[in-house]
Design a protein around this ligand. Structure first.
Ligand code: AMP
Length: 213
């Protein structure tokens, strides 16, 4: 078993992880983190409870903190993490806060069922990483409060659940709004044919991430 340091996780994040009490990476983290850090697309088959949130959050934080791309626009959303439920969205946002505590990156979360005003206020201050559920995200996009044209890394979390919940059209619409040239991380607990087809259609070099074994 490798350590986070051996996976080339950066010092500020290592420090945050040790404060969280994480001694070593889980299998999905050991498989996904190096692939993501190399800029590759990732297909991860992992259930909740396997550490999948950290498997994508850690390398996203590290890649974005490493430098800004050509044509960087101040305040632009550089990574979008799409997840099906408010509970998952909040949990991911809390993880970004914990793992990124020594970094300068800004993150925010938007989800439906609550007033949008405090979410909009946060967005106006500029956000590097946005965690979102599909409906509220597209609502804010249509109000021109969110632009996705500078997204460098797109994460689809619990893709099978998003499809089960009827978000397929929303997911496809989001895919049409983010740049074609991007890194994509795709996580799903199950891999039925429809999910595999979606992954095949949107990933550049798909990498089969491990399950919870
Ligand atoms: P997740 O599968 O992302 O929902 O994570 C499940 C739980 O495992 C969360 O409470 C995380 O804080 C915790 N966790 C994630 N990675 C590690 C790790 N490497 N060591 C210990 N706990 C972890």
């Amino acid at each position: 078993m490798k350590t986070f340091k051996e996976l080339r996780v950066s010092a500020p994040i290592l420090e945050a992880l040790s404060r969280q009490g994480y001694a070593c990476p889980t299998p999905i983290q050991e498989q996904a983190i190096p692939q993501v850090l190399q800029g590759k697309d990732v297909l991860g088959c992992a259930q909740t409870g396997t550490g999948k949130t950290a498997a994508f959050s850690i390398p996203v934080l590290q890649l974005l903190s490493a430098g800004k791309p050509e044509g960087y626009k101040q305040g632009a959303i550089r990574s979008l993490i799409l997840t099906p439920t408010r509970e998952l969205a909040i949990q991911i946002d809390e993880s970004l806060e914990a793992y990124g505590e020594n970094l300068e990156l800004k993150h925010a979360v938007v989800f439906g069922g609550v007033s949008q005003s405090s979410q909009v206020q946060q967005l106006r201050q500029g956000v590097d990483i946005l965690v979102a559920t599909p409906g509220r995200l597209l609502d804010l996009v249509s109000q021109k409060l969110i632009w996705l044209d500078k997204v460098e890394i797109l994460v689809l979390d619990e893709a099978d659940r998003m499809l089960d919940m009827g978000f397929i059209h929303d997911v496809k619409r989001v895919l049409s709004l983010v740049p074609a040239k991007r890194q994509t991380l795709f996580f799903s607990a199950t891999m039925p044919r429809q999910i595999q087809a979606l992954a095949d259609a949107i990933l550049r070099r798909s990498y089969e991430g491990g399950s919870d074994s």
